[in-house]
Design a protein around this ligand. Structure first.
Ligand SMILES: *[C@@H]1O[C@H](CO)[C@@H](O)[C@H](O)[C@H]1NC(C)=O
Ligand SMILES: *[C@@H]1O[C@H](CO)[C@@H](O)[C@H](O)[C@H]1NC(C)=O
Ligand SMILES: *[C@@H]1O[C@H](CO)[C@@H](O)[C@H](O)[C@H]1NC(C)=O
Ligand SMILES: *[C@@H]1O[C@H](CO)[C@@H](O)[C@H](O)[C@H]1NC(C)=O
Ligand SMILES: *[C@@H]1O[C@H](CO)[C@@H](O)[C@H](O)[C@H]1NC(C)=O
Ligand SMILES: *[C@@H]1O[C@H](CO)[C@@H](O)[C@H](O)[C@H]1NC(C)=O
Ligand SMILES: *[C@@H]1O[C@H](CO)[C@@H](O)[C@H](O)[C@H]1NC(C)=O
Ligand SMILES: [Ca+2]
Length: 878
């Protein structure tokens, strides 16, 4: 199935284990131009170190660099490590990225070779080569990781002091000076030049000619001391520069000529260039911005509708966080980082669709409030907004709208400035960027494997399979998705092997994507991630854009793999063994095989052998062992890495399922009474936990299993489908009291002062996804309703039944409304709406009409109704 890996296996079989690196004799024994290759007398493949088979000059040609990542804006100086044996013939170093972009490197005083990263229009792993002979040959190869500008640490960039001030500069009340700061030592020079660069996209949108372009515009300061800060008084730029409205400042050594490309530099964040806009803007920012907002609307009118292509938002925060194959935390609003949500102040957390939409490269964003409700733009300017350009860009990047960050800036952010920040026309923006209301959202299916290993299939069947070997967890021809695991026995402290196994590695590939493997590191006993058989470092970045997938590593050893199809893997290490969860979107239904079963809603056909034969539910553990063994990986299709002789001897040279390994079976384990008591106390009725304590004799192993199984349950719970009835409009000239649209939610309507409600006063979202009644109308009032103090009082003519809560409190007269006071005044209106202040969106109560006095019922949930913090305000009466 994956024949590409076979020659390597054959080669290893043919090559005797060597004692260590061999001596270089001729070009065949050098890694010059041979990085990544395995054949030949010595290896230049990433696995060669572990096997002791590397050519002696491996590290001179297959480069390791530090730092290994930086902003895609470029200008980062990195050092080639362990580069000793060769020195440049004439001192020149040329670094060539992606076979096309050349930057000048140098050799420093200690003899180390440096390269400078170039300005790129893409993120991800960028192959580069190095020439030390003035560009005649490029025999040294390495990989640079280019990252989204917002994901690099503050140490590596220049900071705009008070970014809000930069954002609003030139609008009312924002004038004077602007400042930026940087870490002097990040740019080793005495004097610097500060330049403005601008970003634009040229050519017809969505045509072949549509091109992204960063241009050097003009200097802000030249030959100033490298003091770490700069303050200036912004001046409108000459008209020829006015077309650039988004850009970034670059700080370089002043020995370079202005605008010189790809030299060591510090960049600021990309930002809206309010500070350099024309006098027109400064004279009347609102009128200027309004004109731009309108122009943007007109453009949007002509551009294709990208909304139809976008995936639906999860209905709840829980769903959004559990659907980790398709949605990922928006770094601009992350509850794990304290919910600093600049553009979505009412939200506590936002996620973005991981994959850009197929045709237009657009992105979905979904934001949630504290109670887990999705925020919609129709209700709130904190609502979830879809983006014409995905903020994270999209493979293959490089051209709009797939340039990370930048296309998003032009089409979705700058326009937000025009309409929402600089002019009070936000509804116009929101109308073009309406939230998805989640009615079409379908949660993914979940299956897990953990502990000693236990499996819970997509359709909920569970079993234990203690094979030793390498097995197919999941295979789906639909997208050529393969997930394989390795199970190994545990070695106890005194060196004996237990008769149970656990997962120690999982590898995944989809179609021709990269292969990612997560395994238990032998040395650190933590997780180790391999990309195409090479161990990755996550010391600088936790996110990687890879071929056909994205990868994220969170603190606490949690690895998320997000595949192009929307399938996702979550790998963690709750105990001695890996825990693996797989999430599959609906399209995989009926397309899966392997240990995780046939995803089709039918739990009884999950024990399907490769032949198609189905073992019935209730099959004994010994028979199930044969089911597991049947799913052993085929020799030629293994995705796993064999980079130590231990792995070669035990898993590459051996049958994939070890027929000699005799495990313990459920029901065949025994515990002494005191152990049994302890196990029962820890595990309760969790069979998996009980089994693992018995099989391993270790309570902590049982506890890890219990924790992993609980996590599976928790994810299942979070992913439960919920019914949404979709957004319900408030009545014109009226209001609604809630923005919750999920089954069971009830919305109360009331009309503005001077209007009466016609229609049902409430509507409830029903289990079938429809509202019990449409939004009522608010008709101009003819019944003589009045408001004692006018102002903001709303009027309702159709009283609702009195809630049963007690006690009944008298309300203050509106003309004398001191919150919380009680008074006995009476005046003659027929009904009354009261709103309890402590609950911002609390229930609305109304007294039956006619009432002699202004009375409000207090709900039972308030235990101390007379407490002085109780505040009322009157919403309506008539
Ligand atoms: C940032 O600038 C804004 C606008 O000029 C100003 O209102 C605010 O006080 C400033 N904040 C700080 C921390 O200086
Ligand atoms: C603004 O910056 C200029 C130039 O650095 C300086 O001369 C001036 O005093 C500053 N003005 C204020 C109000 O800080
Ligand atoms: C040590 O090894 C013996 C068998 O050689 C085994 O019975 C015993 O349980 C082991 N002890 C531990 C702590 O694993
Ligand atoms: C792990 O390390 C132990 C000794 O520390 C060694 O015996 C074993 O072969 C190693 N396993 C792998 C998979 O490298
Ligand atoms: C797979 O390779 C192992 C080790 O070389 C060998 O023992 C086994 O027979 C092979 N299996 C098949 C089906 O060829
Ligand atoms: C596994 O499924 C069976 C029903 O087939 C159920 O009785 C049992 O409790 C489940 N085991 C665990 C550990 O959940
Ligand atoms: C089980 O593991 C969890 C999480 O690691 C830990 O919080 C808990 O204390 C453990 N319980 C026992 C009984 O060891
Ligand atoms: Ca099934």
């Amino acid at each position: 199935m994956k024949p590409a890996l076979l020659p390597w296996a054959l080669l290893l079989l043919a090559t005797a284990p060597g004692p260590g690196p061999r001596l270089t004799a001729d070009a065949q024994e050098s890694c010059s131009m041979r990085c990544g290759t395995l054949d030949g007398p010595c290896s230049c493949h990433p696995t060669c170190s572990g096997l002791g088979m590397c050519c002696l000059d491996f590290r001179d040609f297959c480069l390791e660099i530090s730092p290994y990542s930086g902003s895609m804006m470029g200008g980062k100086d990195f050092v080639v490590q362990h580069f000793k044996t060769i020195s440049p013939t004439d001192g020149s170093v040329i670094c060539r990225f992606k076979e096309s972009i050349q930057t000048l490197g140098h050799v420093d005083s200690s003899g180390q070779v440096h390269c400078v990263s170039p300005l790129l229009y893409e993120s991800g792993r960028i192959p580069f080569t190095v020439s030390l002979d003035n560009g005649h040959s490029f025999p040294h190869a390495g990989t640079w990781l280019a990252v989204h500008p917002n994901k690099v640490s503050v140490m590596e960039k220049s900071t705009l002091v008070n970014e809000t001030r930069w954002q609003y500069y030139g609008t009312a009340d924002t004038s004077g000076n602007l400042s930026l700061t940087w870490h002097m030592e990040a740019l080793p020079t005495k004097t610097v030049t500060i330049e403005l660069w601008g970003y634009e996209e040229i050519g017809m949108p969505y045509s072949q000619e549509w091109t992204a372009k960063w241009s050097y515009l003009y200097p802000l300061a030249t030959h100033i001391p490298n003091s770490g800060s700069f303050t200036f008084t912004p001046k409108p730029a000459p008209p020829s520069y006015q077309k650039w409205q988004v850009g970034a400042l670059r700080i370089i050594d002043s020995k370079n000529y202005a605008g010189q490309k790809d030299v060591q530099a510090l960049w600021t964040n990309d930002h809206a260039l309010a500070w350099h806009l024309s006098d027109d803007f400064r004279e009347d920012p609102v009128a200027w911005a309004r004109t731009q907002c309108q122009a943007w609307e007109e453009l949007e009118e002509q551009l294709p509708n990208f909304l139809e292509e976008l995936p639906a938002c999860p209905c709840t925060l829980a769903q959004a966080r559990a659907d980790s194959g398709r949605f990922f935390t928006d770094y601009g609003c992350d509850m794990e980082q304290g919910s600093v949500c600049t553009y979505h102040p009412e939200a506590v957390h936002c996620v973005r669709s991981v994959q850009a939409s197929p045709r237009y490269g657009s992105g979905q964003q979904c934001c949630y409030s504290e109670d887990g409700t999705q925020l919609l733009t129709a209700d709130s300017s904190s609502g979830s907004t879809p983006d014409r350009g995905h903020d994270w860009g999209a493979p293959p990047f490089r051209t709009p709208p797939r340039v990370p960050g930048m296309s998003h800036w032009l089409y979705d952010v700058l326009s937000f400035y025009y309409c929402c920040l600089w002019a009070p026309d936000c509804p116009r923006y929101m109308q073009r960027r309406p939230s998805n209301d989640c009615r079409d959202y379908r949660p993914p299916s979940l299956a897990s494997a953990f502990g000693d290993p236990h499996f819970v299939t997509f359709d909920g069947t569970n079993f234990t399979f203690n094979g030793r070997g390498e097995y197919v967890l999941l295979e789906a021809a639909l997208t050529d998705l393969n997930v394989q695991v390795r199970a190994q026995p545990r070695t106890t402290s005194n060196g004996t092997q237990t008769r149970g196994t656990g997962l120690t590695a999982v590898a995944v590939q989809e179609g021709n994507s990269d292969v990612v493997e997560v395994r238990l590191a032998n040395r650190t006993r933590g997780l180790e991630v391999l990309l195409n058989q090479e161990v990755l470092s996550f010391t600088e970045q936790s996110w990687m854009d890879l071929k056909g997938m994205f990868l994220s590593v969170a603190a606490g050893d949690r690895v998320s793999i997000m595949l192009a199809s929307g399938a996702g893997l979550e790998v963690s290490l709750p105990g001695p063994f890996l825990s693996v969860s797989v999430l599959l979107p609906e399209k995989f239904r009926t397309h899966t095989h392997g240990l995780l079963g046939t995803l089709n809603g039918d739990p009884t056909d999950d024990f399907t052998l490769r032949s198609g034969r189905v073992l019935p539910p209730g099959t004994s553990p010994r028979e199930l062992f044969l089911f597991g063994a049947d799913w052993a990986v085929h020799n030629a299709s293994s995705l796993l890495t064999y980079d130590s002789w231990f792995l070669v001897h035990n898993f590459l040279y051996r049958p994939k399922h070890d027929p000699t390994f005799e495990p313990l079976f459920p029901g065949e384990t025994t515990l002494n009474p005191s152990q049994a008591q302890e196990a029962a106390k820890l595990c309760g009725d969790d069979h998996f936990c009980n089994f693992d304590v018995a099989a391993t004799g270790s309570l902590s192993t049982g506890n890890a299993t219990r924790v992993a199984y609980q996590l599976h349950h928790h994810r299942m719970q979070s992913l439960q489908p919920v019914v949404s009835c979709g957004w319900l409009a408030p009545p014109p000239n009226g209001k609604k009291d809630s923005n919750r649209y999920l089954a069971g939610s009830t919305i109360y309507f009331h009309c503005d002062n001077g209007y009466s409600l016609a229609g049902a006063e409430t509507s409830t979202c029903q289990a079938d996804g429809t509202w019990s009644s449409p939004t009522p109308k608010c008709q101009p009032d003819t019944s003589g309703a009045h408001s004692p103090d006018g102002s903001s009082l709303a009027v309702s003519t159709r009283p609702r039944p009195l809630r049963t809560g007690t006690p009944v409190l008298r309300l203050p007269h509106p003309q004398d409304q001191t919150p919380g006071t009680r008074m006995s005044d009476t005046w003659g209106f027929n009904s009354l709406l009261c709103h309890l202040r402590p609950q911002a969106r609390g229930p609305v109560f109304q007294h039956p009409s006619p009432v002699p006095a202004a009375l409000c019922a207090v709900p039972q949930i308030l235990t101390t109704p007379n407490s002085p913090d109780l505040k009322f305000h009157i919403l309506g009466f008539s």
